[in-house]
Structures are given as structure tokens and as C-alpha cells.
Design a protein around this ligand. Structure first.
Ligand code: GLN
Length: 213
């Protein structure tokens, strides 16, 4: 039996990508973090993180391991989810610059452009202010990152790039209990985004226990 004080169990999709870094960041953020590779493991988590890595590979592996549909169903049914970089791509309902037929988990009413920042600025670091995140701007690491080209009406824009060629581009969003960032907070020591997600998972659990949607 779960006690209200027990840490929430957050899964990290562990098919490819920077799984270990997310596990460490989630533990620091107050969750019990577990790797998810099979549908049965997915059924045992209170929230799921889709890591950075390579979204085409992750989608192919998820389909091969029978995880893509269960993931899609779980997020549609309200499982809190957080995706960084490739994870943002996986959570998008629509993609640009993706190979034909690239499948996603979906759940975020956004159009995401893969490798959006272009070749010259393959990888870069900057500061990004996130709406509602106390403590000042985050040090954000972008690696062949996507951006959100278009967000539906139910999507809250949490952060944008300030300055440079990508000025104003959307790089952090939230829709209900689904969060995505173009950048990789798991690669910096700043645990605020993971703590925010763990808090979303906790609230979701508390609402479920009270019988609220
Ligand atoms: N470009 C990668 C993709 O399309 C994402 C890169 C990343 O996660 N660092 O999946």
C-alpha cells in the first residue's frame, strides 16, 4: 500500500539515450527512478521521462519492444510525462524535418521541428528563463535540438530563446501534466526542471487518490 509520504515512482524510457543522467536527476528531485524497457514496467510507474538521444532510434526500438502503443495510451490516459530534446520530439503530435513515417508517442499538441537550430549551431549553451520556475534563468544545453514551431491553444509556453538567430523560439512547453524541453537539464547540475516534474507527478497522484481526474 502506498503511503502519501512515499516518493513517487518515475520511469525513464531506457531504450537509448541519456537514461542514467535522468535517473540521477530524478532521484535528486525526490523521486524513486526506475528504468522502463517493457510494457509491464510502464504499468508500474507514476510518471515517465523520455530522455535525450536519438528520437528515430528510440521510436523504432519502442515499436520493436511493444512499448510505443502502451506509451501512447498511457500518456493519452493522463500519465505525467517529461521529454528532453529527443523526448520532446517523441511527445509531439506533429513533426517537421523528420524522416517519412517517423512515429511518435504524442500527447503534446505541438509541431516540433527536428534539428531546428541548423548545422552552424549544432550545439550551444545559453540561459533560458522558465515561466513559473523560481531561482532565475536555467543554464540550458542544446545538442542538435528541436524547437516548437507551433503550439496549440491548450499548450503553455514555458520558455523561449532570447537573442541570437533563434531569438523567440519556443524551447519549453507544458500541456496539463506533460512537459517538454528542447534542452537537457539532466546534463547540468540544476535539478529544478526535474523537481518541477516530480511535483507534477506528486500532485497527479494526490488528485487520483482523491478521485479527481
Ligand atoms: N536530433 C535528435 C533527434 O532528432 C535529438 C538530439 C538530442 O536528444 N540531443 O532525435
Amino acid at each position: 500500500m502506498r503511503e502519501p509520504t512515499d516518493p513517487p515512482v518515475v520511469g525513464v524510457l531506457a531504450l537509448q539515450g541519456d537514461v542514467r543522467e535522468h535517473v540521477a536527476a530524478l532521484r535528486a528531485g525526490g523521486a524513486e527512478a526506475v528504468a522502463v524497457r517493457r510494457p509491464g514496467e510502464l504499468a508500474a510507474v507514476d510518471g515517465i521521462v523520455l530522455p535525450g538521444g536519438e528520437s528515430t532510434t528510440m521510436a523504432t526500438l519502442a515499436a520493436r519492444w511493444g512499448l510505443l502503443e502502451p506509451l501512447r495510451d498511457a500518456v493519452r490516459a493522463g500519465l505525467p510525462a517529461y521529454g528532453s530534446c529527443a523526448g520532446m520530439i517523441l511527445l509531439a503530435d506533429r513533426l517537421l524535418d523528420a524522416p517519412p513515417g517517423q512515429r511518435t508517442v504524442g500527447g503534446l499538441d505541438v509541431t516540433v521541428r527536428r534539428n531546428a537550430f541548423g548545422r552552424q549551431v549544432d550545439s550551444f549553451e545559453t540561459r533560458v528563463e522558465l515561466d513559473g520556475l523560481a531561482g532565475g534563468p536555467l543554464h540550458a544545453v542544446f545538442i542538435r535540438a528541436p524547437w516548437v514551431e507551433e503550439a496549440g491553444p491548450g499548450v503553455q509556453v514555458l520558455g523561449r530563446v532570447v537573442g541570437g538567430a533563434a531569438d523567440g523560439r519556443i524551447v519549453a512547453v507544458r500541456q496539463g501534466d506533460v512537459v517538454a524541453t528542447s534542452f537537457h537539464p539532466e546534463l547540468t547540475g540544476d535539478r529544478r526542471v526535474h523537481a518541477l516534474f516530480v511535483d507534477i507527478v506528486r500532485r497527479h497522484l494526490a488528485d487520483a487518490e482523491r478521485g479527481e481526474p
